[in-house]
Write a protein that binds this ligand. Structure first.
Ligand SMILES: Cc1cc2nc3c(=O)[nH]c(=O)nc-3n(C[C@H](O)[C@H](O)[C@H](O)COP(=O)(O)OP(=O)(O)OC[C@H]3O[C@@H](n4cnc5c(N)ncnc54)[C@H](O)[C@@H]3O)c2cc1C
Length: 169
């Protein structure tokens, strides 16, 4: 027998997280489904790590343009460690706990719609009055000669999946 919810949210990036948080705050029976990490691209591969890495180089460049200041060194191992801290070491255990404490059913896996209000994940079917699809987006590559050969880091287009932050470099 399938489980029934007020709402099932597929994809827990910033979009899905806002939807799920508001539904839970309103006392709804909610299931959230994520195939990778709760937080989505933003928290692990996009906004947070890129800004963590860019800000020190910005500050360094700014210092170099100001009279009477030195040019600070960049301590790469320390910066890399700080990035890993900021991306939670690719660990969403605390996010899973937080959703469970708020009453959500957390399901890990790739979901697909199998009918009106019916979502299949890992061989189980969840039924809901409402299904929110918050699965992100994918960038289109413009037709520029040679671009297909380049490694592009964009939303929905990551280089081979890193199993730990250390695998990135
Ligand atoms: C390099 C980079 C830098 C960025 N910097 C910034 C910035 O500085 N400021 C800013 O505001 N934005 C930034 N962004 C954009 C930001 O990351 C996105 O706007 C945001 O992540 C979109 O959120 P989302 O919830 O729509 O999708 P996502 O974050 O992509 O989340 C979608 C989730 O759905 C899951 N999913 C997909 N399909 C399924 C399925 N079938 N079943 C279960 N789960 C599924 C995915 O695993 C993913 O976790 C940046 C993006 C990139 C790529």
């Amino acid at each position: 027998m399938s489980e029934r919810f007020d709402a099932v949210v597929i994809g827990l990036g910033p979009g899905g997280e806002v939807a799920a948080g508001r539904l839970l705050a309103a006392g709804k029976r909610v299931a959230v489904i994520e195939r990778e990490l709760i937080g989505g691209e933003c928290g692990y591969w996009a906004f947070i790590p890129s800004k963590t890495l860019l800000r020190p180089t910005e500050a360094r460049a700014a210092a170099g343009r100001v009279a009477g200041t030195g040019r600070p060194d960049i301590d790469w191992p320390a910066l890399r460690d700080y990035r890993d801290y900021m991306i939670r070491h690719l660990d969403d255990t605390a996010q899973v706990d937080s959703y469970q404490k708020r009453g959500a059913t957390v399901v890990r896996g790739g979901a697909r719609l199998v009918g009106a209000g019916r979502v299949e994940v890992g061989g189980e079917v969840l039924e809901a009055d409402h299904v929110i699809v918050a699965t992100g987006s994918e960038a289109i590559r413009p037709p520029i000669d040679g671009l297909e050969q380049a490694t592009v880091w964009a939303n929905g287009r990551r280089p081979p999946w890193p199993t730990s932050p250390a695998g990135w470099w």
